[in-house]
Design a protein around this ligand. Structure first.
Ligand code: HEM
Length: 358
């Protein structure tokens, strides 16, 4: 585990200077009160809802799940058509597990779940239509071993019990749903989400090098996000996710959190980026920046690109001052990210708006 420059207790209690409504209730941290939220009986309930038919049905809409109850039984094909309420149950189970499993990092798996959803989706190439969240190919080497994906095994393993509880959901739907859940539960905006991703096998793995490199600057950042089909404004909004979590020396080589509340989704990343003085950190590690005031926070060279580039900076300044605009723009861009390259049979209007836990 990487060395901590800020005591955990401090990080957990720190609150940024923005309206209390945004940060007072970091849902992912309301641990014990919601224990037992998702009981082990969900699977049983799902099974009761299964529709046994004599004909192999067609997968209408996303997320249909087929399996054989008994291969010797001629009437054995089953189709479970999950409804929005079933996906809400998956959401609730992820949220409950987030609230329960607080003995990790700064107290929440939320940031690493968000990073998993982003890295599963951010391999998309608009020219070839390859990559993206459809497939969940990071389950396999070589993609799981790509340098950019170091540490994401924590997130994949965290979701295994949920997959076991709801075997009908695909990994690719589960990973993206969990990313939406992490944002909502950590106090971020609503992320409307829809199912429809199918898992692929190892042949669907994308080549290394599609995800952005933290050591690089604006030209690289712009070209990677443009390859996915994002505008400059969407690019800046998405990177605002760095208000959550931290870099780990034993994963990316970089070290430290971006702000004082790494388990609460805020616009603090932008406020600190534009208001603090950032200087190059003197250490025996890759080039990164630290804040002059406390020398306890960090920025990647790729984060600094957002203030070194005139167009990017315009959006940094807007989001630093206006949390609501950031929340709205982040939500729109993140919904788009999670859907890149997915052959949906449903419409955008069919997206599910998950109820955040109490
Ligand atoms: C130029 C673009 C980006 C670069 C270069 C970049 C790079 C990085 C690096 C190096 C880390 C540290 C990983 C570790 O050591 O654990 C990190 C963490 C993280 N990134 Fe990014 N990232 C970018 C964009 C994004 C986007 C678009 C999102 C989400 C929408 C995102 C979400 C996160 C989160 C939540 C973490 C914290 C993970 C944790 O705490 O375990 N990043 N990123």
């Amino acid at each position: 585990m990487a060395a901590r420059s800020i005591p955990r207790a401090f990080l957990r209690s720190a609150r940024p200077a923005i309206p209390a409504t945004r940060v007072a209730l970091p849902h992912g941290l309301r641990a014990v009160s919601r224990r037992g939220y998702a009981s082990g009986s969900e699977q049983g309930k799902s099974s009761n809802a299964l529709l046994w038919t004599g004909v192999a049905g067609l997968a209408l809409g996303g997320g249909a799940f087929y399996f054989l109850r008994d291969t010797t039984d001629p009437i054995s094909s089953a189709t479970f058509q999950p409804k929005p309420a079933d996906y809400q149950k998956v959401y609730d189970a992820v949220a409950a597990r987030l609230a329960d499993e607080t003995d990790y990092d700064d107290g929440s798996y939320g940031p690493v779940l968000l990073r998993l959803a982003w890295h599963a989706s951010g391999t998309y190439d608009k020219e070839t239509g390859t990559g993206g969240s459809n497939g969940a190919t990071m389950r396999f080497a070589p993609e799981s071993d790509h340098g950019a994906n170091a540490g994401l095994k924590y997130a994949r393993d965290f979701l295994e019990p949920i997959k076991a509880q709801f075997p009908w959901i695909t990994y690719s739907d589960l990973w993206t749903l969990a990313g939406a859940c992490a944002v909502q539960e950590l106090g971020g905006p609503t992320i409307p989400w829809r199912p429809g991703r199918q898992d692929k096998d190892v042949a669907g793995c994308t080549p290394d090098g599609r995800l952005p490199d933290g050591a690089k600057e604006q030209k690289h950042v712009r070209s990677v996000f443009d390859r996915m089909g994002f505008t400059d404004q969407e690019t800046v909004a998405l990177i605002g996710a760095h208000s959550l979590g931290r870099a780990h020396a034993d994963r990316s080589g970089f070290d430290g959190p971006w702000d004082f509340s790494p388990t609460v989704f805020t616009n603090e990343f932008f406020r600190l980026l534009s208001e603090e003085k950032w200087q190059q950190k003197k250490w025996n590690g890759p080039k990164q920046f630290t804040d002059k005031s406390t020398q306890s926070l960090m920025m990647l060279p790729a984060d600094m690109a957002l203030v070194n580039d005139k167009t990017f900076k315009k959006y940094v300044d807007i989001y630093a001052k206006d949390s609501d605009t950031f929340f709205r723009d982040f939500s729109n861009a993140f919904v788009k990210l999670l859907e890149l390259g997915v052959p949906f049979t449903t419409k955008a209007e069919d997206r599910i708006v998950f109820k955040t836990s109490e």
